[in-house]
Design a protein around this ligand. Structure first.
Ligand code: FAD
Length: 508
């Protein structure tokens, strides 16, 4: 029930006259009885021109009939109608009218008049359409892009994504964005949050996604942030910003696999070269070692003879012997000089998991040929070890080759047993430990230290073994400030333990 009207009638008239909206009052057949000045401004018709004429004079004749039918059906039920009509101005130009028609019901319950109020919304509509068109265009471009794109709100909820991103949902699980962002955060540490705080874009960061039982996948990711003005009504006078994160991810697994194959090939070639040099050093060191013994004995014998004869004659013999000794020593020096230098290699921070993974990949053929099963137990996270990558890889490859050989030797003696290599890595306070177990012949406890001596071998020399493998491995480990030893309590085969320090100071 409305309150009693105390306002004089002319106030109502003045309010309608001065309203900014185009207002018209019609009879029940939509014939115009009154039009206010704003109506004149919007339509271009003077009041006198339109009074007595039907409101349909404003129709541009393109609004579908259904719209008018709905309009009139609503009015017949004595309900207000609101909608958009395409109108024609007096000068013939077109405009879009946002119109509200309200029936005026008399004391007998009959519709006596209609009150029409409208405004020109052509420009607003044009802008709205433009925004819609741009949105549709952006969405189709985003959808067609061969890069996974997704937009996350402040709570990390995906508010927009594209087809490529949807494909990733099938591949990486329900929330690929959260997987990729977690890996990015892990990789970048504090730099991620400071980039977010300063709204600095993150460009081309490669992340590796590892899933159990599947090959690793690589993605080149980029992140940028942007703020959006909150469009809700309560933010009208107090602008509120919403923060969004835009993540793009392009799969580069194939490229990475190619790069990896090239890297492994060159590492393999480098190791081959290193092993060739090592075997040459081994051979020459062997020759020097073999010659040094008899030469020392000969020298001692000559000194003894000299003392016994106390300078009586036989100078020719002395000269001949001295010459032989001098020539022999010169020959030894020549041999030593022929020993190739070990390649100088830069010391860099290494992840031993990666070094060992490379070694396993390069030894795949040998492991398959020997029917060896590899059980690989890398530590989740390892601190970096400062080291020479190729030397350490060569050392681990040597240990793995020893294990394969020990299992092959055992196979020759026994018919059925499981040939397994177990490889573990573990992080300790100041070092990283690598344990390599095999199920081969094993090394008796009494040889635990002897096997690290040069030229000591547990295998037949016929197969070209000089017994330098473990001694060279120890040489590499010691040069890295680490320790290598065998577990005397391990009975299944052989367990080699290598400890490498995480800092230059060595293991405490
Ligand atoms: P019409 O012959 O006028 O009507 C089309 C259909 O509407 C008919 O088939 C019929 O079912 C229904 N209809 C028409 N008149 C009535 C009626 N009196 N009672 C019941 N049903 C009816 N139209 C515009 O295009 N632009 C405007 O800005 C506009 N402003 C209006 C303001 C008011 C206050 C009112 C009451 C109407 C307004 N109209 C406006 C509607 C206009 O009166 C016409 O209905 C419309 O323009 C279609 O005109 P027409 O000649 O194509 O068809």
């Amino acid at each position: 029930m409305s309150a009693p009207i105390n306002l004089p009638p002319q106030v109502f008239r003045q309010a309608v006259e001065q309203a900014a909206l185009a207002i018209s009052i019609t009879d029940a057949q939509a014939n115009i009885l009154y039009a206010n000045p704003a109506f004149e401004r919007v339509t271009g018709y003077h009041s006198e021109e339109v009074v007595g004429r039907n409101q349909s004079l404003l129709s541009y004749r393109v609004t579908p009939d259904l719209v008018y039918e709905t309009l009139w059906a609503q009015l017949r039920r004595q309900r207000a109608w609101n909608g958009m009509l395409v109108n024609r101005r007096n000068d013939g130009s077109r405009y879009l009218a946002d119109l509200t028609i309200t029936p005026v019901v008399d004391g007998d319950g009959r519709t006596s008049h209609y009150l029409g109020m409208h405004r020109d919304v052509t420009e607003v509509h044009r802008l709205e359409r433009q925004v819609q068109n741009q949105k549709a265009m952006i969405e189709s471009v985003v959808d067609a892009a061969q890069v996974a794109i997704c937009l996350l709100d402040e709570r990390d909820r995906v508010v927009l994504d594209n087809q490529e991103y949807k494909k990733l949902i099938g591949d990486l699980g329900r929330e690929p964005a959260s997987t990729l962002l977690t890996l990015l955060r892990e990789q970048m540490g504090g730099a991620f949050d400071s980039a977010r705080a300063q709204r600095q874009s993150i460009r081309h960061r490669e992340v590796k996604v590892e899933q159990p039982g599947q090959p690793a996948r690589w993605f080149a990711c980029a992140v940028s942030w942007f703020d959006e003005q909150d469009a809700s009504a309560d933010a009208f006078y107090e602008p509120n910003k919403r923060h969004y994160l835009l993540l793009t991810a392009q799969e580069i697994s194939e490229l990475k696999r190619q790069q990896e194959a090239i890297r492994l090939n060159s590492l393999s070639a480098l190791l081959g070269e290193q092993e060739r040099i090592q075997s040459l050093r081994e051979t020459l060191a062997g020759a020097v070692f073999q010659l040094e013994g008899p030469l020392n004995t000969l020298t001692a014998a000559v000194r003894l003879l000299e003392r016994r004869r106390e300078g009586n004659g036989e100078e020719a013999f002395d000269v001949a012997i001295e010459t032989a000794l001098r020539d022999s020593r010169a020959a030894l020096d020549t041999l030593r000089a022929c020993m190739p230098d070990q390649r100088a290699e830069a010391i860099q921070p290494l992840n031993l998991n990666e070094v060992l993974r490379d070694v396993l990949k390069m030894s795949t053929a040998a492991l398959l040929a020997a029917g060896v099963i590899v059980e690989w137990h890398p530590a989740q996270a390892l601190p970096a070890v400062p080291g020479a990558a190729t030397q350490l890889a060569a050392m681990f490859r040597q240990l793995l080759a020893n294990a394969i050989e020990a299992m092959n030797d055992r196979r020759a003696g026994e018919h059925s047993y499981e040939r397994v290599v177990r490889l573990f890595t573990q992080a300790h306070a100041d070092h990283v430990e690598v344990v390599l177990e095999d199920t081969g012949l094993g090394i008796p406890a009494e040889w635990r230290y002897k096997v690290f001596e040069p030229f000591f071998t547990t295998t037949s020399a016929e197969r070209g073994h000089l017994g330098m493998g473990l001694s060279m491995a120890q040489d590499t480990v010691v040069r890295h400030g680490g320790l290598i030893d065998l577990d005397p309590d391990y009975r299944e085969g052989c367990r080699v333990r290598v400890q490498l320090p995480t800092a230059a100071g060595g293991i405490k």
